[in-house]
Unconditional design. Structure first.
Length: 102
């Protein structure tokens, strides 16, 4: 059974501050992987959070699966380092995001 995880990634040492997201080195490969993960339902929601971070809501069986799949990101830890992963239980709002769509 899957559950939801909130994942925070922060800009790493290779991030070029002041350069737009789409102008960062390796953007096309990163975007293609993120789009594929969203299409398969692994990433439920995601995008920049403020100026230096990105928030992902991920559906996975456990934290190990989250870490394993994110390791495939061509941006890697040099561009987006993993800050934290936390299980997330939706109590308010769009509960159709939750496993089983209660």
């Amino acid at each position: 059974m899957t559950q939801l995880f909130a994942v925070l990634r922060a800009h790493g040492p290779a991030w070029k501050h002041g350069r737009p997201l789409e102008a960062q080195e390796g953007w096309l490969a990163h975007a293609a992987l993120m789009d594929a993960m969203a299409a398969e339902g692994f990433i439920v929601l995601g995008g920049p959070l403020g100026a230096d971070e990105a928030l992902l809501i991920i559906r996975a069986k456990d934290e190990g699966e989250v870490r394993a799949k994110l390791r495939a990101d061509p941006w890697g830890e040099e561009m987006l380092k993993l800050s934290w992963i936390a299980p997330w239980t939706i109590r308010l709002g769009q509960t159709n995001l939750a496993p089983g769509g209660r």
